[in-house]
Structure formats: C-alpha cells, structure tokens
Design a protein around this ligand. Structure first.
Ligand SMILES: [Zn+2]
Length: 383
C-alpha cells in the first residue's frame, strides 16, 4: 500500500512536470553585449518590412570558444543558437573599424538564423563581395574582409533583408570628371634626395639608374614616405610605377597617404604578385577589401594611381580606374609614399603627386623621413 502511494505521488509529480514543460516559454538567452546588435538588426529589419517575434520563437545568442579561424557560427536548432568567438570579438574590438566588424559578424549570423539565408560568395561588378552573407567554403583563395563602411552599409543591409536588391551605384562608379591637378612632385629618381637611402640594420636603400630600390630587412612592414606641404584633406592625385621583388606572391606593397604623428595614421592602396589589390587604413583590422584584378602584372612593374576628390577615392591600375570607395578615417597629414612589406624589396621607377590647391612645384620642400614601422594586418575570421 505504501509503495502504491509513493508510486502515485511520483507519477503525479512527473505529470505536473511534463504539463508545465508543455507550456514552457521558448529559450531566450542573449548576452547583453550582443543584445545591442540584435536590437539593431531588428530595427533595420523593421525599416525594411521584416518583423520577428523572438519572445515566441526564442533565440540563443552567446559568446563561445570557436576554432581559430572561425568568428561566428549558427546552429539551426529550436530555438536558433548562435555563438560568437570571444577571442575574435576581443581582438576586433581594439581596431578603428570595430563597430563595422562587430555589426557585420552578428548580422551575418542572424542572417542565417532569422532570415534563413545561406552563404553567397558572388561578386559585385567592382569585385567586392555581393553580400555580407559571404563565408563558408573558400573562393578564389580570397579573404572574407568586406568593405562594409559608410555609404556602403545601407546597400549591404538592404541586400541582407532582400537578396534581390539591385547593384549599388558605387559598384560601377569610375572617375568621369575632368583632371585639373598640376604636378607638385615628379620624382623619376635621377637626382632625388628626398627618400631614405643607405644601409642600416632595418633597411638598405639606394637611388641608381633612375630607380629607387628599398630593401626592407625587417620582418615587419614599413612605411617609406616623403613629407609634402599638401594636406591630405585637400584633393590630390598620386601615382607610381613599381615592382615587388619577393618570393611570396602574397607580399603587399603600395601607395599610402596620411599623418606621421604617433600613432601614425595612413590610408593605403596595395597590390601583390598574385594580381590582388587591397585598400584599407592601418588602424583597422585587416584591409577593407581584397579584389582580384586581372590587369595587374605579376613579378613586374605596375602603375598604381590614387585620386582623392572630397571623400571619394578612385583607384587606378595601369591606367584604368578600377575601384572607388569613400574615406572613413583621414587624420589630416602631409606624408605620401609607400608601404613596403616585411623582408621584401620594392623597386620604384617614379613617384608623382599632383594637386589642385598647390600650384607651384617650387613650394614643395620635402625632407627625408625615416621609415616608419607598420602594424601587422589581419584576415577576418570565417563565419
Ligand atoms: Zn555564415
């Protein structure tokens, strides 16, 4: 009898427990730091006619410890479970473009989880990733870095919520204005005294036979620049023809402009011998974008140009305007020159700067600036 009674009570408890679990609320577990981005996603969705009932459907959005190259992951469970790699999050949070990177990452995972979007690794006409849903299986051995900034953000958010969003105007934009700049520096390296030369522990550099050769002995990247009394806030055009001498096809060298005060702040446009171009800022995590450019010559001289008009930057490869984006960081300064990767030699045929505002070359008095150590670049994690 006693046993029967106990059994009855036990059954009742079991029954009540299962009855309660039937009406249990779905799990809603969102880390407070990540909730800001979830709310932002919901707001952006609402602006585009997409609404969600997460109270009803539940969601888990937390930090986790993911594999080394994985930034975030979405599990198609009930409810949707998203993990963001804590170490990656901490790393990107120190960079000048932290907000763009964090938003891009969380929105990508929510794109999987709440919009049921899968990876799409297509390109826009200018070579940019078409969608922030890029990821997963590697394509063209290309990094996942995406130029998700300033005016571009609205397109990528439109595309996130509606994959049929038309191609944005900036993906086909080229410079079509009239060229009005006048030369202020035309250095063909016959008599130039403005660049670092000599043999030190960090570099070996010389000007001979119309070429400037800079060998970076350090394993770290270096900025080799001239100081010109032309503020980077003004409009200008700079151009150089150079060759990267290095066994690695991934070595990046290119043009830069910016401010030499510590911490040195430069925007750069670099290339490599694998026919890739990169644009970015040295305070940002990695480059804004990596683009495949067939017009580049591997292991040979390339002519690289950069035109700044207001906040717009136009990029040129061997005479063709191949890309356009907007400055988002431009600490006004007066340095112009080259980025030279670690343990690499750059051979420069010429270097020119043209200006709209500075009309006379005689105004320009450059001084030799010692090479400046560059901070290492990073590749975005997969997601
Ligand atoms: Zn993904």
């Amino acid at each position: 009898m006693k046993i029967k009674k106990i059994y009855f009570v036990f059954s009742l408890v079991l029954f009540l427990f299962s009855a309660v679990s039937c009406v249990d609320e779905p799990t809603y577990e969102v880390e407070s730091v990540l909730d800001d981005y979830l709310q932002r996603f919901l707001n952006e969705g609402a602006l585009r006619g997409k609404t969600f009932n997460l109270e009803k459907q539940g969601i888990i959005l937390k930090f986790g410890d993911l594999d080394a190259d994985v930034a975030g992951i979405c599990y198609y469970e009930d409810p949707i479970r998203i993990l963001i790699d804590q170490a990656y999050w901490d790393k990107i949070s120190k960079s000048a473009n932290a907000e763009d990177l964090r938003e891009n990452l969380v929105f990508h995972e929510l794109g999987h989880g709440l919009l049921d979007r899968r990876h799409i690794n297509d390109y826009l006409p200018n070579g940019d990733w078409k969608s922030i849903m890029c990821g997963g299986t590697e394509k063209d051995n290309r990094s996942w870095n995406i130029n998700f900034r300033s005016i571009r953000r609205s397109y990528y958010l439109d595309e996130l919520f509606n994959p049929s969003t038309p191609t944005p105007y900036w993906a086909t934009k080229v410079f079509d204005g009239s060229v009005t700049e006048m030369p202020i520096i035309e250095d063909d390296f016959t008599t130039s005294l403005n660049w670092p030369t000599g043999n030190t522990t960090k570099y070996s550099a010389s000007i001979e036979s119309g070429l400037y050769t800079f060998e970076n002995k350090s394993t770290e990247g270096t900025f080799v620049v001239v100081n010109i009394p032309l503020q980077t806030s003004s409009d200008f055009y700079m151009e150089s023809s150079f060759k990267i001498q290095d066994e690695s096809v991934n070595t990046q060298c290119g043009l830069l402009f910016g401010n030499a005060e510590s911490p040195v702040s430069v925007n750069y446009f670099s290339i490599n011998n694998n026919k890739r171009m990169f644009v970015g800022h040295n305070h940002c995590f990695g480059w804004y974008t990596e683009l495949l450019k067939a017009g580049l010559f591997a292991q040979n001289f390339n002519t690289i140009g950069l035109r700044k008009i207001g906040q717009d930057i136009y990029y040129y490869i061997n005479g063709e305007c191949v890309y356009c984006d907007q400055l988002s960081i431009n600490k006004q300064g007066t340095i112009y020159g080259f980025e030279v990767a670690g343990s690499c030699t750059l051979v420069v045929d010429y270097f020119k700067v043209y200006s709209n505002t500075l009309r006379s070359a005689s105004l320009v008095k450059t001084a030799v600036v010692e090479p400046i150590t560059a901070t290492p670049k990073a590749v975005w994690g997969n997601k």
